[in-house]
Design a protein around this ligand. Structure first.
Ligand SMILES: Nc1nc2c(ncn2[C@@H]2O[C@H](COP(=O)(O)OP(=O)(O)OP(=O)(O)O)[C@@H](O)[C@H]2O)c(=O)[nH]1
Length: 489
């Protein structure tokens, strides 16, 4: 037979002693069951030795040698709904409790998660309590969606907790640091020795509030929620049907009552309202500034649009005026024919140099036409009628020439016609045609109007001025010859 080591012997002795003390003092660790009832019933009841996490409030803890917390209340109910008497085996750590469970020194632990490792030495009841796990960080840290966002941060986890197995399996790259319990993990985060801690929401809040760790906040959800069960050693797994039956008898009201009793969680706000107010104020002012600026710009745009329209109108008027001025500069106001200025610029001044025969200036004929005895018309009918006669003569002249011919009023009662691509005899024919038209035209006061013509053909390399002078000489000749006729030079 194997000899017991000193440590094993001390443990067994301690356990036996504690069981004895507990049997005397309490029916079970919960304060909710009267001692008298515990003593009376314990004779016919199955005694089950159990271990708890001595430092995991509000789930469970050992305070002054007594079991307290959520699991304590559930065991109290199970005492009522089963024939079990639960006797606490006090321990100083969760690890020690697990060791005793493995050895069989404890037969049951009242609240824990089922994990593959624990399956090796424990059998589990139905789930009777659920609780989320949360990530805890300093308030200065950003909120985290979950384990995925932990990145390079150092994650603190209590050793032997189910989450250690979970992280190793699903997030093996996360840097972890194992702590003795949840409190140590939270303190490490508070001291900056770890970045994030993961633990049960109930217990985390309890620690934060009890120890006033105000620099901490719940930064996100951490992994799957705890699904808490009662664990019994494999040797005692035949107890599970009765345990499950007992759990099933716990009413909804009783569940809620326990939950309310231990659920003192207040949500830790991490909203810096002064910063929010500053940001909102700055944003509001910026929006107001934008609105003001938009209003100013739209007002200015309307103003600009009105000014632009006025400017466009003025520009249009100016263009019209300019075009009027151009017209006036080039045309005779009475007859609306080109004036002497235009004729000089276009034909005389530009042609000061000898002209080379080109397809453009080939066969240019000049005709100078002068109304006969116009002074007599003025004298007889008045100057106004004289003006009207001038206008009518201009109309006859303009109607008689081709489009490409240019007709100008040279001055007084004298007109010039520039005919392009016209030989001398063609120009003579034109003069005759004009003479005929004048004959048949009905002038004011039935005045008989005749004209004399001088014709000259622009010679090779002849300046137009010279040609003009020859035409003028030919006109003089026509006048001298009795008027109402044409002469060519
Ligand atoms: N009504 C009017 N008369 C004008 C205008 N310009 C010139 N005259 C007149 O035209 C007349 C020209 O007279 P003259 O130079 O003697 O020539 P004419 O009487 O036509 O005689 P011949 O040319 O020799 O046949 C003058 O009496 C001018 O006053 C004008 O714009 N309107």
């Amino acid at each position: 037979m194997r000899r017991l080591s000193w440590l094993e012997f001390s443990s067994v002795l301690l356990v036996t002693l504690l069981i004895f003390i507990n049997l005397i003092n309490t029916k079970h660790a919960s304060a909710s069951v009267p001692e008298s009832q515990s003593f009376t019933n314990s004779k016919n009841r199955n005694i089950i030795r159990y271990c708890v996490d001595p430092d995991w409030l509000p789930y469970e803890a050992i305070i002054d040698g007594r079991h307290t917390g959520i699991s304590s209340d559930y065991l109290a109910l199970l005492t009522d709904y089963t024939d079990f008497t639960f006797v606490l085996v006090p321990t100083s750590s969760w690890r020690q409790s697990l060791e005793l469970l493995k050895k069989g020194a404890c037969e049951l632990t009242p609240i824990l998660n089922q994990t593959p490792k624990r399956d090796a030495y424990l059998s589990f009841s139905d789930i009777f309590f659920k609780s989320p796990n949360v990530l805890v960080s300093l308030k200065s840290q950003p909120f985290l969606q979950g384990f995925e966002n932990i990145g390079d941060r150092l994650l603190a986890i209590p050793k032997d907790y189910r989450l250690v197995e979970y992280i190793q399996r699903f997030y093996p790259t996360i840097n972890t640091i194992l702590t003795d319990n949840e409190r140590q993990g939270l303190e490490r985060v508070a001291n900056g020795e770890a970045d994030v801690f993961v633990g049960s929401m109930f217990s985390v809040n309890a620690y934060i509030q009890q120890h006033e760790l105000t620099s901490l906040k719940i930064a996100g959800w951490g992994g799957p929620e705890d699904e808490l069960r009662i664990g019994v050693t494999h040797a005692k797994q035949d107890l599970l049907p009765r345990i499950n039956a007992g759990l099933a008898k716990i009413s909804q009201a009783e569940h809620i009552s326990i939950y309310k009793k231990w659920h003192n969680i207040t949500v830790i706000e991490d909203i810096d309202y002064s910063l929010v107010i500053q940001v909102v104020t700055a944003l509001g002012m910026f929006i107001l500034f934008l609105l003001y600026r938009t209003m100013c710009v739209s007002k200015y745009n309307v103003h600009l649009e009105v000014n632009n329209k006025q400017l466009q109108k003025l520009q249009l008027e100016l263009e019209e005026k300019n075009s009027d001025l151009d017209f006036l500069a080039q045309h005779d106001p009475l007859t609306k024919l080109y004036n002497r200025q235009y004729f000089n610029q276009t034909f005389l001044e530009d042609a000061r140099q000898p002209q080379e025969k080109t397809p453009q200036n080939n066969n240019i004929s000049l005709i100078i036409m002068d109304i006969d005895f116009f002074k007599a018309i003025n004298d007889m009918h008045g100057h106004a009628i004289g003006d009207k006669i001038l206008v009518q003569v201009a109309q006859v002249l303009q109607a008689s020439v081709r489009e490409l011919d240019v007709v100008a009023r040279w001055g007084g009662e004298e007109f010039v016609v520039v005919c392009q691509h016209v030989q001398l005899h063609d120009a003579a024919e034109l003069c005759q045609r004009i003479t005929d038209e004048l004959t048949y035209f009905h002038f004011y006061n039935n005045i008989n109007v005749t004209c004399s013509f001088g014709i000259a053909l622009l010679g090779d390399n002849e300046p137009i001025q010279a040609c003009f002078e020859r035409a003028d000489a030919a006109l003089f000749k026509a006048k001298q010859s009795g008027r109402n006729q044409y002469c060519s030079a």
